[in-house]
Design a protein around this ligand. Structure first.
Ligand SMILES: Cc1ncc(COP(=O)(O)O)c(C=O)c1O
Length: 497
């Protein structure tokens, strides 16, 4: 390998480019801004559990004090630093509140780490389905009444887990859901990976699940705050969670050599938020309002905004997620050469012509993650680019009904328990030959990592069409037997002899 091919060389080179990040991490590579006084050379502060520096897995000294202080900052009863991202916190939370072989009620639009927790603890997954905003093809929220009905129908449910906000910034009525779940005497876990900024957002941003009464709340600091990738926090409310079990699983799912660079970074991030977070979030809210006002002018592209609140299970919306739909947009001056604009093509357009990198491209939309560490220039570049693309659509394309790219595959037909299907004997078949068979693996777009099909579910014609479509559009289909997303492992059918 040549020196310039090293990952480090590539990262340094990329850092010098004019590409602007509308993706994680939340610090947006604005180190000086994010770390007043500047972060030191990481090697100079990289240590292990030496005398005086405590031990994350048996915290008795400075780390214990630090996590107790963090809990006060957040208004939680207890806060744990996570060095394996929210994923490690989610696995620990699930295992801590369910018994092996038990049942978890979870929202279907959960991140793959939730499914992994279900598999690891051999759980039965009961799903509560998010509503769909049909005009945009985007998932809405989880309705409290759907959680209530599911709990009535299955008294064996041991815990409930929902994702709020979603990748797209949709917030469910966590307060009401927590009340319903608590009436059954069981805990509510909220995957708030995308909402680490909520506790500092005042009335400009949604209320955090911590304040809404959830029992375990997991937040990725790295997604929306100035903290290094992989850093996250798990907050606990005492009462329904066995602290010792939780700590046992945190030890199992996290490295036994937690990085002091990460931990120091997390603590500094929370300190920064405690000191200046509220003012910064206020200024950010003003900036976001200006950007959103500019984008009122869009005629073909559509920005998801507050108008969605109150329908499709949407209780609130995180305005810092700029979800821009290109649903129904076509480009081409003559009818014969008109092409539908897909989310992937839209993301490419923003990258190639405007050097703006999105967090995610869906079938019909892109998601730009904005944080309080974005510069006004960066946000201005995004607004200008969207207006310019919209003007181009006005001149050379437009909106056409029937040009939508995403369809729902409907609710899954579940035949096997997730853990059993993952361990079952499988055969790899071309996707097109899988109709009617039971999947042995996940298929999802990553990001966001929400399964289109999960192990143990029937692969329907609709699923096949959807996956083929995503693949042909160049969207990141993952989880299948081969990287080209052509082969799928399906459960072997045993022939009776
Ligand atoms: C909704 C959601 N939950 C959890 C995670 C996992 O977070 P982490 O990357 O911090 O492990 C992600 C990652 O993108 C996510 O989108």
């Amino acid at each position: 390998m040549e020196r310039e091919e090293l990952l480090l060389s590539r990262l340094i080179e990329y850092g010098k480019s004019t590409a602007y990040p509308f993706h994680m991490p939340g610090h947006k590579r604005q180190v000086q801004e994010a770390w007043p006084g500047c972060f030191p050379n990481p090697f100079s502060v990289d240590i292990t559990e030496i005398d005086g520096f405590d031990n994350l897995h048996h915290a008795e000294g400075i780390l214990k004090q630090s996590m107790e202080w963090a809990a006060k900052v957040y208004g939680a009863d207890k806060t744990y630093y996570l060095v394996n991202g929210s994923s490690g916190g989610i696995l620990s939370a699930i295992c801590a509140v369910t018994r092996s072989g038990g049942t978890l009620l979870m929202s279907r639009n959960c991140h793959k780490s939730v499914y992994h927790g279900v598999i690891l603890n051999q759980l039965e997954a009961e799903y509560v389905y998010p509503q769909i905003m049909s005009d945009l093809g985007i998932q809405g929220g989880i309705r409290a009444e759907d959680v209530e009905n599911a709990l009535e129908q299955n008294p064996g449910i041991q815990a409930v887990l929902i994702v709020s906000p979603t990748y797209d910034g949709v917030v469910s009525d966590v307060r009401r859901i927590a009340e319903i779940v608590h009436e059954k005497g069981i805990p509510l876990i909220v995957d708030e990976a995308h909402g680490a900024h909520f506790p500092f957002g005042g009335t400009d941003f949604p209320e955090s699940a911590i304040a809404c009464g959830a029992d375990l709340i997991i937040q990725s600091l790295h997604k929306t705050l100035p903290s290094l990738t992989q850093t996250a926090v798990l907050h606990m409310r005492t009462g329904l969670v066995d602290e010792k079990r939780l700590e046992r699983y945190l030890q199992m799912f996290q490295s036994s050599s937690p990085s002091y660079v990460f931990m120091a970074g997390m603590e500094a991030c929370i300190y920064e938020m405690e000191q200046h977070g509220r003012q910064r979030m206020q200024a950010f809210a003003v900036l976001l309002r200006e950007v959103r006002k500019q984008l009122f002018g869009l005629r073909h592209l559509r920005l998801l905004g507050a108008e969605c609140i109150g329908a499709s299970g949407v209780y609130d919306l995180d305005r810092s997620k700029l979800v821009v739909s290109c649903r129904g947009c076509v480009i081409g001056t003559r009818k014969e050469n008109r092409l539908g604009l897909t989310g992937e093509a839209f993301g490419d357009w923003l990258r190639k012509d405007y050097q703006l990198e999105m967090e995610m491209c869906g079938a019909d939309y892109v998601v730009a993650i904005a944080t309080a560490w974005d510069s006004p220039e960066g946000l201005g570049r995004l607004a200008d680019a969207l207006l310019a693309i919209d003007a181009r659509l006005e001149l050379e394309g437009g909106l056409e009904s029937g040009a939508e790219n995403s369809q729902s595959c409907g609710q899954p037909d579940i035949r096997w328990k997730l853990a059993d299907a993952v361990e079952a004997e499988c055969e790899a078949l071309p996707l097109t030959a899988c109709a009617g068979r039971i999947s042995g693996e996940f298929i999802y777009l990553y990001p966001p990592g929400i399964p289109i099909v999960a192990p143990g579910e029937v692969v329907t014609e609709a699923v096949i069409r959807q996956v083929q479509y995503y693949r042909d559009q160049g969207l990141p289909v993952q989880g299948m037997a081969d990287n080209r997303a052509e082969m799928l492992n399906v459960v072997m059918v045993r022939r009776e002899t």
